[in-house]
Design a protein around this ligand. Structure first.
Ligand SMILES: NC(=O)c1ccc[n+]([C@@H]2O[C@H](COP(=O)([O-])OP(=O)(O)OC[C@H]3O[C@@H](n4cnc5c(N)ncnc54)[C@H](OP(=O)(O)O)[C@@H]3O)[C@@H](O)[C@H]2O)c1
Length: 293
């Protein structure tokens, strides 16, 4: 019996090894999808014929793309590769999905905005990326829209942390174990988001008739310093977390100073508001502490 016949819903997932790909594989399987997670050595996402053959043989109803070039600073010097992976690939996948009648679920970023707003960004606010990474991700959104595919969901997410791969919160906890003080940027404000929750929203949204762009982030807002402080407090570590200005921590790529995303469109589509970011930080930290005992 085919995977689709068994469950009614079958997905192919690109980027299985990524920060989102790992929990998403588990969440989709738990939600009753037949899942074929793929790494770059199992399925080259740039090989349109191979992707089309895989969709057909798995009778895939959905293609989840979490493949991306995510090294934000490195992208400034590696523009062609960033655009190849973040800009060109989503368009290729969209054309394959268009021809196969498959729903494409894709991820984008808060970095498509310039960060000059004075309220959370909604989906149709004007975009104006300030980095190569942000511009390349925006090119990917536009390539999907231009492909002729109407059956797509693009979830713009932000500031991800979660199990299985290096991330900001895990890095802060690792440093806080050995240091008396962490000095962390306090003048960039965004939407911290737990990958396990993001995976759940993706699975739920994919089961609805909603299409288009959605802001998919934890509720509330924080600076990097507040996020680090919440994680250190949850872990009970005796480390001081001191706010600093971005100018004291120069980075190659420009970051939006304010990139909070309004998640009410997603909430309306899935029937619930995402959990507040601080509750999910505590959950993540406690689970990391349990797994290291
Ligand atoms: N992380 C964040 O804070 C954040 C924030 C906003 C939006 N997003 C978006 O969320 C999505 C998932 O991000 P993530 O953090 O899970 O990314 P990630 O951890 O960097 O994982 C990226 C995945 O893409 C694969 N990949 C990269 N280049 C490839 C290539 N040329 N060919 C085939 N596979 C390739 C990687 O495979 P290998 O393991 O083999 O390299 C990995 O599985 C992306 O669209 C990203 O732009 C992330």
């Amino acid at each position: 019996m085919s995977a689709r016949a068994q469950t009614g819903r079958a997905v192919i997932l690109g980027g299985q090894t990524g920060l989102v790909g790992r929990p998403l594989t588990q969440t989709l399987a738990a939600a009753g999808y037949a899942v074929l997670p793929t790494t770059r050595s199992q399925l080259d996402p740039f090989d349109a014929d191979a992707v089309a053959r895989a969709l057909a043989s798995f009778e895939a109803t959905h293609l989840f793309n979490t493949v991306a070039y995510t090294a934000v600073d490195a992208a400034e010097d590696d523009r062609d590769e960033a655009y190849r992976v973040n800009g060109d690939l989503p368009g290729r996948l969209a054309r394959v999905c268009r021809d196969a009648g498959t729903l494409l679920v894709h991820l984008s970023t808060d970095f498509v905005f310039d960060g000059t707003a004075n309220r959370p960004y909604v989906e149709d606010d004007a975009v104006n990326p300030q980095s190569v990474y942000g511009a390349s991700k925006l090119a990917g959104e536009q390539a999907i829209a231009d492909s002729g595919l109407t059956d797509f969901q693009i979830l713009r997410t932000a500031w991800l942390y979660g199990p299985g791969k290096k991330n900001f919160v895990a890095t802060m906890l690792g440093l806080a174990k050995d240091r008396e003080e962490l000095r962390v940027v306090a003048d960039q404000i965004g939407s911290p988001t737990y990958t396990v929750d993001l995976a759940g929203w993706m699975a739920e949204l994919a089961g609805t008739a909603a299409r288009g762009i959605f802001h998919a982030v934890g509720s509330g807002q924080a600076s990097w310093c507040e996020l680090a402080a919440a994680a250190v407090a949850a872990a009970g570590l005796p480390c001081r977390v001191t706010p600093i200005a971005s100018a004291e921590y120069p980075q190659k790529a420009a970051r939006p100073p304010y990139s909070v995303l309004d998640n009410r469109k997603l909430a309306a589509a899935i029937g619930r508001l995402p959990r507040p970011w601080d509750a999910t930080v505590r959950e993540y930290v406690y689970e990391q502490m349990q797994s290291s005992i």
